[in-house]
Design a protein around this ligand. Structure first.
Ligand code: P53
Length: 474
């Protein structure tokens, strides 16, 4: 009983939130580089305000991040010390294709990730690679309008072909797009979309989504052709929507909110646009431009497993008074009166993880992989620089227990679990360093002060024990 013997325990990061070295090794600029910390971040990532260059007034945390570009050996050694079986990381597209539309890749970028994967291999760690974690080369944004353009599908295909061939034998687990549903909620950070005045924003988002979905199917096809051992997954920002009351309208609102996100996975996993989405698009006047063969690609190259992030459940309502209070979050949600929240207002709901796992497994019947979960919190190192993060341990223990219930009691097939930000890194939502998720403390603050030294927190030894006992000793 319990988790499978080859359960993939580990942690997760994303290139732009940890690497830094934004202009090194021939790397090109990307959307994720130019999102600043501070009050402009939210309007920029959600596409309400456009910012495509660095300026003097803002601080850009991704430029240096936690400098993993230069420190990955030390960091991977620490992951190995915790007993990681897997390490989820992403490839920065603009390291491999600095502009995005070149014919030939940048050898220095390719070599960098080859070294990283070899370092993982040395420690017996299986890499789990996100092909795009929110990043899009800036040149593709300026010249082609990013994912709104069909041509970008071809550039992504080139990227995939290059990396699948180059890393054959080093990488087996791939995710095509991080949190693919983020395109609806944070279209600039999620997909490089910039909107023009008066344009039909929904039309652009869904056309771009179609391009990503086709690109994901093509990636899956090529991955399987290059190496039949490759396992390709989709990735959803998950979290079940609860109705605020048992009023049927609230129940219906929660179903619709779930479907808005499941839409993407329905296509990637079942291979077809779901009926409800086709009807909704027709009502909204959204017309998808497709190429001949698109629907066949979607149908024939569905994903092998379903991965997702889970931080919190969500609540839906039709009550206008409650709706007013939900602005300002990437995922608008009403406050759930039964739950406690993190310092950033993310509501803590371990049972919600079990519910979400069951919803997804019932819907797709494919193996699941939880590739992000964790607590963003302020850590205060003591006089010896040690962080006693019992709050993080209790968050993770409760979520691992819930996931164990889903496996043992409900029969969900789960491949692995990677906690988000296993080493402290830059927050995607806020740009802060202060919002920490790690087992490893990084000495750096919101505005770039600090030595970047790494220190083990109390949770480091706790997670090591969890992994060693295959999740029995929480
Ligand atoms: P931060 C919002 C809601 C759910 C997932 O988020 C999200 C976001 C973005 O804020 O993103 C994922 O850093 C994402 C990671 C991100 C992580 O959640 O805002 O895949 O890149 O860092 C946590 O606390």
């Amino acid at each position: 009983m319990g988790f499978r013997k080859d359960f993939l325990w580990g942690g997760a990061t994303a290139a732009n939130q940890c690497e830094g070295g934004y202009d090194e090794g021939g790397r090109g600029l990307a959307n994720v580089d130019v999102v600043p910390i501070g009050e402009d971040r939210f309007p920029v990532i959600t596409g309400q305000k456009s910012m495509l260059e660095f300026d003097e007034e803002h601080f850009y945390p991704a430029k240096v991040a936690i400098d993993m570009y230069h420190r990955y050996k030390e960091d991977i050694a620490l992951f190995a010390e915790m007993g990681f079986k897997t390490y989820r990381l992403s490839i920065a597209w603009s390291r491999i294709f600095p502009m995005g539309d070149e014919k030939e890749p940048n050898e220095e970028g390719l070599k960098f990730y080859e070294d990283v994967f070899k370092e993982c291999q040395k420690h017996g760690i299986e890499p789990l690679v996100t092909i795009t974690h929110f990043d899009c080369p800036m040149h593709l944004i300026k010249e082609y309008g990013a994912w709104r353009s069909r041509e970008v599908v071809g550039f992504y295909e080139n990227l995939c072909r290059v990396i699948f061939n180059r890393y054959k034998g080093l990488v087996k687990y791939w995710l095509t797009f991080n949190e693919i549903n983020m395109i609806l909620h944070a279209p600039f950070m999620g997909a490089g979309l910039v909107f023009e005045e008066g344009e039909n924003v929904e039309q652009v988002k869904y056309q771009a989504a179609h391009h990503e979905l086709v690109a994901s199917a093509i990636a899956t096809k090529i991955a399987h052709e290059v190496d039949p051992n490759n396992q390709v997954g989709c990735m959803l920002a998950a979290g079940a929507n609860y109705p605020y009351t048992c009023k049927p309208e609230d129940v219906w609102a929660s179903r619709q909110a779930d479907r808005e996100n499941y839409f993407f996975i329905d296509v990637q996993s079942r291979g077809e646009y779901p009926a409800y989405a086709l009807k909704e698009m027709a009502r909204e006047g959204i017309e998808l431009k497709m190429e001949p063969g698109d629907l066949d690609l979607l149908k024939e190259h569905t994903v092998d497993f379903i991965s997702f992030s889970y931080y919190s459940s969500r609540v839906s309502t039709t009550d206008p008074k409650l709706l007013e209070q939900t602005a300002g979050n990437i995922f608008a949600s009403v406050k759930n009166p039964y739950l406690e929240a993190s310092e950033w207002g993310w509501q803590i709901d371990p049972l919600g993880l079990r519910i979400t796992m069951n919803d997804i497994y019932d819907r797709y019947q494919k193996p699941l992989f939880i590739v992000e979960n964790g607590l963003g919190a302020v850590d205060e190192p003591d006089e010896n620089g040690y962080v006693v993060d019992d709050y993080r341990i209790s968050y993770l223990a409760a979520h691992i227990q819930a996931m164990k219930d889903a496996v043992e009691l409900d029969g969900v097939d789960l491949l692995g679990y990677t906690t988000w930000g296993c080493i402290d890194l830059v927050s995607a939502g806020t740009g802060e360093m202060k919002k920490r998720y790690g087992f490893i403390y990084v000495d750096r603050d919101n505005y770039g002060e600090g030595t970047l030294a790494r220190t083990k927190k109390k949770s480091f030894d706790w997670y090591k024990k969890v992994i060693a006992s295959n999740g029995e000793d929480l």
